[in-house]
Design a protein around this ligand. Structure first.
Ligand SMILES: C[S@@+](CC[C@H](N)C(=O)[O-])C[C@H]1O[C@@H](n2cnc3c(N)ncnc32)[C@H](O)[C@@H]1O
Length: 241
């Protein structure tokens, strides 16, 4: 894995996140892995999108964009419908295919701006306080770092680009040995296979709930953090800059 003075640098994996695999992503990952391995509730994730996605939104690591594309119509601060011309969605991803696929799916619903960029590389190509919501679901466990503390840029940059009243939502799979999570036999088998150093799929062996809590608390004043199966899910407000 390449490194620079700031720490690890992610390596793209366009073979994994290929247009062909993205067509199967919803069925295999969202449909099967979430249900049978990670034990995460897609209903709860859909509910977070329905509740928190703002008219100006940043989606980090969309893959096939499943949750965002299926979010109810984006709404204004008072709950009123927003004209498509007033919706702006930024997509940030290290791999080109998720950006292309997701942008195509969203183009009727919003002005879409894509950023081919590493979540660990600072700064993200967005202005300070420029978005009302940031979503980062199941990205952190894919990025290199000896622990979640080494993935700090993801939190500091989310806080930087989020407006004062904005919300940061997300989830990540923690290492299988985290004592706060529940990993069944299948989850453990998959975590081991995906963390093999030659595969560049997962990098979460040492990711722990306590470090995730510390990173969120460092960059946000109001944090709700819960465990859901193999994952931790957060809703964070009050960006500290
Ligand atoms: C497992 S998928 C998650 C997809 C989606 N957010 C979901 O919850 O179903 C991981 C996504 O993160 C992207 N990704 C992986 N490493 C990244 C990095 N270092 N920086 C930005 N995006 C990255 C992948 O290309 C992919 O779109």
């Amino acid at each position: 894995m390449p490194e620079n003075s700031l720490g690890p640098v992610s390596a793209p994996n366009p073979r994994l996140y290929s247009p062909r695999n993205l067509k199967r992503y919803r069925r295999l990952v969202v449909g099967l892995s979430h249900r049978f391995a990670w034990k995460v509730s897609n209903t709860e994730i859909h509910a977070l999108y329905a509740r928190y996605v703002a008219p100006t939104h940043l989606e980090v690591g969309p893959a096939d964009g499943h949750f965002l594309v299926n979010a109810p119509d984006l709404t204004g601060p008072g709950g009123e419908p927003v004209s498509p011309s007033l919706r702006q969605v930024h997509l940030l991803d290290l791999n080109p295919a998720p950006l292309e696929v997701c942008a195509r799916l969203l183009r009727e619903r919003a002005q879409v701006i894509t950023h081919e960029h590493d979540v660990l590389a600072t700064p993200w190509p967005l202005a300070d306080a420029s978005v009302g919501s940031v979503a980062m679901f199941h990205v952190l466990h894919c990025v290199p770092g000896a622990s979640i503390r080494h993935k700090r840029t993801a939190f500091s940059e989310a806080a930087r680009v989020l407006s004062e009243t904005g919300v940061f939502i997300g989830s990540t799979l923690l290492g299988a040995d985290d004592p706060h999570t529940r990993n069944n036999w299948l989850a453990r088998r998959l975590q081991t296979a995906y963390n093999r150093p030659d595969r560049n799929i997962f990098h979460n062996t040492e990711d722990r709930l306590t470090d995730l809590r510390a990173m969120l608390d460092l960059h946000f004043t109001d944090v709700q953090l819960t465990v859901m199966g193999s994952a931790a899910v957060w809703v964070a407000r009050g960006p500290s800059r």
